[in-house]
Design a protein around this ligand. Structure first.
Ligand code: SF4
Length: 322
């Protein structure tokens, strides 16, 4: 039914595909798996320019990753966000030790590996013929079949319907490339698209899928206190299971709590997935024996959340710590 499309897709991919991406050149299941996890919520450019190679340098194999501490893994993940990905990566390495399972069914049982990631790793590393379903692929499917709304299960059925089983690797890679280069979110380039001849949504692609109404994110106002003794700072490891678990940072208080002896340093803001943080930053010289203080070098060895990094940068620029 889609033979002509498969031929066009194949020609398009040979000519335009992003063949030089390091995880496409690699035969290592670990490197492919790492790229899939990093790319779950982060763009290719960011992963490529800042995170993929340094992570592999620190943890070149699954075994090396399994032997690292969670602190070290989080430190290496610092700035990439969605830290549950790093913790699950670490857990998966510890469960698998030296080799990942080779089938999607087994991969899906590991922490942090959903159906699409399992299919991607199984296809790209172990040649299992299965379709994938990242955000780009979803957009193509919605438009190709002119679907405004459907359940995940129905969308998977569409994914299997369009899937070129005989040429699974190139088909999946091409789908990702078309999603990010051609079937663009706001301005799809239909005339250059290999799906154009049979795409049911090409006349009005922006109708598919129906746009979700974006909720306005709540603003959380906080006071953040940097406690110092001389050139050393008090930092704490976050034990909150929900957000930023395992990362280090400064103490936070509700915005209506502040002591008179705190010195105001300035403000930071940071966008999280579900809220915006607006925080006033204060410092306090203290000899509190209950706190553990760290030099700037020691602070730098630990994984700080991006918001806490902003706090630290503000503090460094406004204080005499250096
Ligand atoms: S023809 Fe247009 S809408 Fe259809 S898949 Fe291609 S770019 Fe997207």
């Amino acid at each position: 039914m889609y033979k002509k499309i498969y031929d066009k897709l194949s020609t398009w991919y040979v000519k335009n595909g992003r063949h030089s991406l390091p995880w496409r050149i690699s035969n290592s299941a670990y490197e492919i798996y790492l790229s899939e996890i990093m790319l779950q919520q982060t763009q290719v450019k960011t992963v490529l320019e800042r995170f993929y190679f340094p992570f592999l340098e620190k943890f070149p194999t699954l075994e090396a990753l399994s032997m690292g501490s969670e602190d070290e893994v989080l430190k290496q993940w610092e700035g990439l966000g969605y830290y549950a990905r790093a913790r699950n990566l670490h857990k998966t390495a510890q469960l698998s030790i030296s080799a990942l399972p080779t089938s999607a069914l087994e991969l899906e049982k590991l922490p942090g590996i959903g159906k699409s990631t399992a299919h991607a790793v199984a296809c790209f590393a172990f040649n299992e013929a299965l379709p994938i379903m990242d955000a780009n692929v979803k957009r193509i499917l919605y438009r190709f079949f002119a679907i405004q709304k459907c359940s995940d299960k129905e969308l998977w059925n569409y994914a299997y319907k369009l899937f070129d089983e005989q040429n699974a690797y190139d088909y999946n890679q091409a789908m990702m490339d078309i999603g990010s280069l051609i079937c663009l979110h706001k301005k799809p380039l239909c005339e250059a698209c290999p799906f154009e001849s049979q795409c049911q949504g090409k006349d009005e692609p922006l109708l598919y899928p129906t746009k979700k109404i974006k909720k306005t994110k709540p603003v959380r106002e906080k006071n953040i206190l940097i406690q110092r003794t001389g050139k050393k700072l008090a930092i704490f490891q976050n034990r909150d299971k929900k957000l930023l678990h395992g990362l280090w940072g400064f103490e936070q208080f509700d915005s209506d709590f502040k002591e008179d002896d705190w010195d105001y340093m300035g403000e930071i803001s940071h966008h999280y997935t579900h809220f915006h943080l607006k925080a006033k930053v204060y410092q306090l010289d203290t000899q509190n024996a209950d706190l553990e203080f760290y030099t700037l070098c020691e602070v730098d060895e630990r994984a700080l959340s991006t918001a806490d990094k902003k706090v630290l940068e503000l503090f460094i620029s406004k204080s005499d710590i250096l």
